[in-house]
Design a protein around this ligand. Structure first.
Ligand code: PEP
Length: 244
């Protein structure tokens, strides 16, 4: 299977800038772009034409109701999204999203036919204390327990994103990422019966270091934040990734 690159444009780009960047990038390999909510509708038509996947950066766990400001998974589906990031560390950190809330979002996304990209990862303190593996296993257990086995056609992707590596320029060394990916694959198989789930690495990935991750079979692709918002760097990263 080819390597998957998911771009998380966070809140960096306006809808106008998102359309410009999307148009400039072009499809190379398997790519999913997750722009801000405000840009999704405009990018949806472009995504269909280009073959680039479209994802949202979050969703709510219920489809309809009095939830001011929230985004319904069915609405994301209706406007052309296929993927949704859930449990990003910025959501967990700034908005106090718990594993329980993230688990409900995973369930809702799957029920709607979206592919959840579930983010897990330890913080710097947990890594230094030797608790990275325990923390990630705990996150997986709490978010996936109760999900049951996935139905045919349903897919889930996991992003291993050590919090200390996100947006810091301190990328995790590839060998450590591989160990974590192996662990995640084992646990996901155990918890929901998905064998060899796709696991992406995320945290300060750029065009200079992408190859050092993708050369490993355990690393199925990358979730890229900052570097995916810079036209030349992103184009060069995609071109490298498409060769794997
Ligand atoms: C992210 O936002 O998920 C991310 C990995 O960001 P960055 O690539 O900027 O570290």
């Amino acid at each position: 299977m080819s390597k998957l690159i998911v771009a998380n444009w966070k809140m960096y780009l306006s809808p106008k800038n998102s359309v410009e960047l999307f148009g400039a990038v072009g499809k190379k390999g398997e790519v999913v772009i997750c722009p801000s909510f405000a840009a999704l509708n405009q990018l949806s038509t472009l995504a269909k034409k280009s073959g680039i996947g479209l994802g949202a950066q979050d969703c709510f766990w219920t489809n309809r109701g009095a939830y001011t400001g929230e985004i319904s998974p069915v609405d994301l589906k209706e406007i052309g999204c296929e993927y949704v990031i859930v449990g990003h560390s910025e959501r967990r950190g700034y908005f106090q999203e718990t594993d329980e809330m993230v688990g409900k979002k995973v369930k809702a996304a799957l029920a709607t036919g979206l592919i959840p990209i579930l983010c897990v990862g330890e913080n710097e303190f947990e890594r230094k204390k030797g608790k990275a593996a325990t923390h990630v296993v705990e996150q997986l257990k709490k978010t996936l327990t109760g999900l049951g086995k996935l139905r045919a056609g349903q897919e889930i992707i996991i992003a291993y994103e050590p919090v200390w590596a996100i947006g810091t320029g301190k990328a995790c060394d590839p060998e450590t990422a591989v160990e974590m990916h192996q662990l995640i694959k084992e646990k996901v198989a155990e918890l929901i019966g998905v064998k060899n789930v796709r696991v992406l690495y995320g945290g300060s990935v750029n065009d200079k270091n992408i190859a050092s991750y993708l050369e490993y079979a355990e690393i199925d692709g990358a979730l890229v934040g900052g570097a995916s918002t810079k036209k030349d760097i992103f184009a060069s990263l995609l071109s490298i990734a498409s060769k794997f």
